[in-house]
Ligand binder design. Structure first.
Ligand code: S3P
Length: 428
């Protein structure tokens, strides 16, 4: 990695496919009757977990480099898995398949890695139990999750938090119930489930924070082309903005409004970032150009923008450390329940380098000031892909090798991250 430090970065990059969309395409493909082609899926640890779970339920999945092909005889052909389903590090797999399996009325046991074992599942268990599901959790909160067959009915549910995983678990569970399920969201969370379910033939409408799904329709197989993941693109974008002499273009990336909050923050900061939308059909798609920006303004964010950039907050904290003004994130208590407590992780690791934070229960302020980076300082990645990639970008922009304890978790969402940075290295 040392040779990345003294370089600037330029050229065009296609980041890997969107993780949220790939998970959903595998699940809906398994539920739908027929053959679903998933073009440009994300090949990663997390999406592999969903693939294996769908196979264990009876879907056939063929893997080619650029395309996965899911073949299923429809939801009624899926069966209880023979063994405990293993969801690894993936919160999306764990929560969504709980809804899916409860909806199918099957028996299953679900467990994941040490991080999943600490992530709250009562947030899905509560609405699913209201629908009639029989779901038991360890200490009434955590995996392993035990699901027993039960008949479900539609519900009307007001979500206490904006969470696409909770929303999607309820929608998956309601697909084959008899009647309308209505969900009220406090703020708009990512809407890939709604967009893709409509494409697969579900009767679903979404308006002013209320989603209504009429259960009982068979899903029809459909083809999905997965756009590049803006949450992965965020790392090279921030690298280009902070590294003198850099200028990069990310092609074919998702610009879905429910995911693009980071672009709004880059604009608030006056970063040299331009966006060109190339398609608005279903999932919006386009090109992002980002270049070195010597002076960055501060920002204050809270409320509806938070779910639109929830996974980008670690890399935004790094951007904030190089701003000339204070930067504040509030209303992001959810960060404490991600792969690790990302508020703690960001503050603990970056404050080793003189970056000054004020911590709140639901966010932080980063104060402007000198960043002092000492060579080979040991830092921790907490086995959290987004913390690790943030630390790698930090090491490159500060021109300082850091000793990150373990970077293997990059493969959760962005295998090929280091190779992509290498390809953008100016004199590579
Ligand atoms: C995801 C939803 C978000 C996000 C996660 C992926 C999804 O989680 O942080 O990385 O694919 O639905 P929450 O729904 O828990 O906020």
């Amino acid at each position: 990695m040392k040779h990345l430090l003294d370089s600037s970065f330029s050229g065009t990059l296609k980041v890997p496919g969107d993780k949220s969309i790939t998970h959903r395409a595998l699940m809906f493909g398994a539920l739908a009757k027929g053959t679903t082609h998933i073009h440009l899926p994300l090949h990663s640890e997390d999406t592999r977990r969903t693939m294996e779970c769908m196979r264990a339920l009876g879907a056939e999945i063929e893997e080619n480099a650029e395309e996965w092909v899911v073949t299923s005889k429809g939801h009624s052909s899926l069966h209880a898995p023979d063994e405990t389903l293993y969801t690894g590090n993936s919160g999306t797999t764990t929560r969504l398949i709980t809804g899916l399996i409860a909806g199918l009325g099957l028996r299953a046991e679900i467990e994941g890695d040490a991080s999943i074992a600490k992530r709250p599942m009562d947030r899905i268990q509560r609405p699913l139990a209201e629908m009639g599901a029989d779901i038991a959790l360890k200490d009434e909160k955590y995996p392993p999750i035990t699901i027993k067959p039960a008949a479900l009915s539609p519900i009307t549910y007001t979500m206490p938090i904006a969470s696409a995983q909770v929303k999607s678990a309820i929608l998956l569970a309601s697909l084959f119930t008899d009647g309308d399920t209505v969900i009220h969201e406090p703020s708009p969370s990512r809407n890939h489930t709604e967009i893709m379910l409509r494409q697969f033939g579900a009767d679903i409408a979404s308006e002013n924070g209320t989603i209504t799904l009429a259960g009982g329709n068979e899903l029809n197989a459909s083809d999905v082309t997965v756009p590049g993941d803006i949450s992965s693109a965020a790392f090279p974008i921030v690298l280009a903005v902070l590294k003198p002499g850099s200028s990069i273009t990310i092609d074919n990336v998702s610009l879905n409004e429910t995911r693009s909050g980071i672009l709004d923050v880059l604009e608030m900061m006056g970063a040299d970032v331009t966006v060109e939308q190339t398609s608005q059909e279903g999932e919006a798609l386009g090109r992002i150009h980002a270049a070195y920006t010597p002076e960055l303004k501060g920002f204050e964010i809270s409320g509806d923008i938070i779910p639109r950039l929830i996974d980008e907050i670690p890399i935004l904290a790094l951007l904030a450390a190089y701003s000339n003004e204070a930067c504040t994130v509030r209303g992001a208590h959810e960060l404490r329940f991600k792969e690790t407590d990302r508020i703690r992780a960001v503050i603990d690791e970056l404050s080793r380098f003189g970056i000054r934070f004020t911590e709140y229960d639901d966010g932080f302020t980063v104060h402007p000031g000198q960043v002092d980076v000492m060579e080979n300082t040991p830092v921790k990645g907490y086995n959290d892909h987004r913390i690790i990639m943030m630390l790698i970008v930090f090491s490159i922009i500060s021109n300082t090798p850091l000793e990150i304890d373990d970077i293997s978790a990059i493969d959760i969402s962005y295998p090929g991250f280091m190779e992509d940075l290498e390809a953008l290295r100016k004199d590579a």
